[in-house]
Design a protein around this ligand. Structure first.
Ligand code: NAD
Length: 366
């Protein structure tokens, strides 16, 4: 049953991690290491069953292969889940036991923060293994990726405007930004600096007030964001907001935002095309976060990080070329770009291990 599932999704290795004394139950899934070691965050979640945890880690690790490949990184896809409640089940022993399992893989899997995990938890993991990104800046970590993700989103937006309207003059267009959190607010700031008109919404009124007073945005209700006369809809909150109910209401010509899993289904993705809307694939647009942590492997440098964000423009342009070339929706073209890159680079047969031990930039604390 498990091997059948692994066959379907093409995973290389799945590791079940158990330490009774530390109360650790975790699964590490390595999906693909053709491009390099598998990088992806660790999620801590009170899964209702082991099967649910397994399904999640298999799905998420495969997603990381595609995201890292489209981002142009020399990195494969992996992910880990810890079964437990982040509010009550965390301990030093748990994270150190988990770190020992990561270490045992010798660099085939490199971990990072994800839902339910913060930088302090990663400090414990880091005591047992150096195959960790997203640690404190004092250890050579990269810190909060959100400003980079916002800047990367702007690059993706420019490529998308260029494709749709033949120019990338951000300030000429009207935006509907949903979600003013770490990424959304910074993105609004970047739009404002370029002179754009912006509609905003968030469940947090204080954030809405800030966007209005500091960036001259116009506040609209949570549900109204789908009806405003905007050229661009930018989902920066939750996934699944482009669905059967919302799509017919959207007046935009472009969808480009930082949220993960924006399309409720592939069918909706096909419907987006029929309505003449250009969809900027989410995982290509929001790759700023993973690019930022990937740079830690070489020794983090802010300047290089900003340069790397600009490559998101070219990644999007390439996706639109493939979409035209093969006559397929952009969400499928993004997957194809990833698959083509993995296939081509795989044929070069890089010696396994290249890129596995590039931690020399990290000053390891004791
Ligand atoms: P965040 O939690 O800081 O912000 C999310 C914001 O959305 C919050 O302000 C929240 O109040 C608001 N929100 C929630 N439900 C809403 C609703 N129904 N309508 C309007 N607003 C709502 O998260 P973030 O770090 O800014 O990330 C935003 C999105 O981008 C997420 O989907 C995340 O997975 C994705 N993402 C973030 C990064 C990053 O670097 N932070 C990287 C890649 C992808």
């Amino acid at each position: 049953m498990i091997f059948e599932t692994l066959d379907t999704y093409g995973h290389e290795q799945v590791v079940f991690c158990h330490n009774k004394d530390a109360g650790l139950k975790a699964i590490i899934a390595i999906h693909n290491t053709v491009l390099g070691p598998a990088l992806g965050g660790t999620r801590m979640w009170p899964y209702k069953s082991e099967q649910e945890a397994l399904n999640d880690v298999l799905r998420l690790s495969r997603g990381m292969t595609y995201k890292n490949a489209v981002a142009g990184l020399n990195i494969g896809g992996g992910k880990a889940v810890i079964i437990g409640n982040p509010a009550t089940d965390k301990s030093e022993a748990l994270f150190r036991a988990f770190g020992q399992f990561v270490e045992s893989l010798g660099g085939r899997y490199i971990t990072a923060e994800d839902v339910g995990i913060d930088v302090n938890d990663m400090e414990y993991v880091y005591r047992e293994t150096e195959y960790v990104t997203g640690v404190h800046q004092v250890h050579g970590g990269s810190g909060d990726p959100s400003p980079f993700t916002a800047y990367g989103t702007l690059q993706g937006l420019m490529a998308t405007l260029n494709k749709k309207f033949g120019n990338e003059d951000v300030g000429k267009y009207v935006y509907a930004v949903q979600g003013l959190g770490h990424v959304g607010m910074e993105y609004v700031k970047l739009l404002k600096e370029r002179g754009a008109k912006i509609f905003v919404t968030d469940i947090n009124q204080a954030l809405v007030d800030k966007a209005v007073s500091e960036y001259g945005a116009e506040a609209v209700g949570l549900d109204e964001i789908y009806d405003v006369p905007a050229d661009v809809y930018s989902p920066c909150a939750l996934g699944g907001t482009i669905n059967e109910q919302t799509l017919p209401r959207l007046k935009c010509k472009v969808i480009c935002g930082a949220a993960n899993n924006q399309l409720a289904s592939n069918e909706i993705g096909d419907e987006v095309v029929k309505r003449g809307i250009l969809y900027a694939p989410d995982y290509a647009v929001n790759a700023g976060g993973v690019m930022n942590v990937a740079l830690e492997l070489d020794g983090y440098n802010r300047e290089r990080a900003m340069r790397m964000m600009r490559t998101i423009y070219h990644n999007l342009a390439r996706i639109y070329e493939i979409s035209d070339r093969d006559g397929i929706p952009t969400y499928k073209a993004a997957d194809r770009l990833a698959e083509e890159r993995i296939e081509k680079i795989g044929k070069l047969k890089l010696p396994l291990g290249r890129g596995h031990t590039r931690f020399q930039g990290r000053i390891r604390g004791n």
